[in-house]
Design a protein around this ligand. Structure first.
Ligand code: NAD
Ligand code: UDP
Length: 346
């Protein structure tokens, strides 16, 4: 036993990234559900750097420990393996509720579970917020607008969603999540913030999540064909993840309680996007068109006047800069894991 203790002492202590020092009045205990996922892990970094105590709750469905491993063991950080469909008892000041699969192939894999996560899971989180008087931010989505017939989409638009289509488990799940938030706010007087997040990309996106950014980058890096679903005339507007994190933190700090769009209004057709990625990455892959996806929203672009007015927020990172960082990350990941596109995730 003595020898074992000696070995432990001899171990080199883990080096953590430098954080700001806050006194106990400034330092908040912040829960991030889904904090081991793509967006959540960037939010963890931001709040840790600011000097707060951060607790991540995640069931690792689409998230990974390695997204937050650089904080494991830090005195301000805690990682809890827990499914938010089950109640959670914990004491916190603020909650960022991000737990939910986000990519269509992931959320369609088990639609009932997606609905449970966004309904029962959200009830559990709102119940927790009520009990401990925490301020709670719900990660909603541009998908609440469905296949929109108003363009660009302002927050006042009620949406155009097929309630029984393949995307409904997510779209309707998030719509209920919003409804629950305002019902709890009204009935139980809790402070809610609702972010309607538009397509977001960046390092730590799941390599094989089936979304357009990861698919096109991987395909281009591996000289595979670039697969456009349908005509490619459908549009999306892509925001870099650190811009989103700025917006989430600003929204949590604000007094604004109605939903707010967080997205980058620069819009591209998927055809244009394929060419942008191909030009950026190089490679000899051809661009091909496959069958269109059922209920695929045809146009999507956020109206961000609200965020500008109430949060003084707008995206800062251009598509060229953000994509370059993402491509660099994917390139490194490919090398590290000897990745093959046949190794489909889940
Ligand atoms: P992600 O899949 O990388 O992260 C989601 C995280 O939630 C994962 O770590 C996953 O393991 C966890 N999770 C899922 N179900 C859970 C459950 N039942 N209990 C506990 N943890 C659970 O996705 P992301 O892109 O980081 O998205 C984060 C949030 O932002 C989601 O709520 C998503 O709906 C929303 N959002 C994201 C985008 C985007 O483009 N990334 C767009 C709109 C909305
Ligand atoms: N898409 C595509 N090829 C792919 C993946 C996606 O053409 O390999 C299209 C998809 O049909 C949609 C757009 O890209 O029109 C964005 O899809 P994604 O799954 O990234 O996100 P969504 O905004 O649909 O949730």
């Amino acid at each position: 036993l003595e020898i074992e203790f000696a070995n432990l002492e001899a171990r080199v202590p883990k080096k953590y990234p430098q954080i700001k020092s806050l006194n106990y009045l400034e330092r908040k205990r912040i829960l991030i559900t889904g904090g081991a996922g793509f967006v959540g892990s960037h939010l963890v970094d931001r709040l840790m750097f600011q000097g707060h105590e951060v607790i991540v709750v995640d069931n690792f469905f689409t998230g990974r420990k390695r997204n937050v491993e650089h904080w494991i063991g830090h005195k301000n950080f805690e990682l809890i393996h827990h499914d938010i469909v089950n109640p959670l008892f914990i004491e916190v000041d603020q909650i960022y509720h991000l737990a939910s699969p986000a990519s269509p192939p992931h959320y369609m894999l088990n639609p009932v579970k997606t609905i449970k996560t966004n309904t029962i899971g959200t009830i559990n989180i709102l119940g927790l917020a009520r009990r401990v008087h925490a301020k709670v931010l719900i990660a909603s989505t541009s998908e609440v607008y469905g296949d929109p017939d108003i363009h660009p989409q302002p927050e006042t638009y009620w949406g155009h969603v097929n309630p029984i289509g393949p995307r409904a488990c997510y779209d309707e799940g998030k719509r209920v999540s919003e409804t629950l938030s305002y019902a709890y706010a009204k009935e139980h007087n809790i402070e809610v913030r609702v972010a309607r997040i538009f397509n977001t990309y960046g390092p730590r996106m799941h390599m094989n999540d089936g979304r357009v950014v990861s698919n096109f980058i991987l395909q281009a890096l591996q000289n595979d064909v670039i697969t456009i679903y349908g005509s490619g005339k459908q549009t999306r507007s892509f925001q870099y993840v650190t811009d989103l994190v700025d917006g989430l933190v600003a929204l949590m700090a604000s007094n604004y309680s109605l939903p707010i769009n967080l997205g980058n209004p620069v819009e591209h057709t998927i055809n244009e996007f394929a060419t942008i990625i191909k030009d950026l990455v190089g490679g000899s892959g051809k661009i091909i068109h496959l069958a269109e996806v059922e209920d695929d929203p045809q146009r999507r672009r956020p109206d961000i006047s609200r965020a500008k007015k109430y949060l003084n927020w707008e995206p800062q990172v251009s598509l060229a800069v953000g994509l370059q960082r993402t491509v660099d990350y994917f390139r490194k990941e490919l090398k590290k894991f000897n990745y093959s596109s046949n190794n489909k995730f889940i």
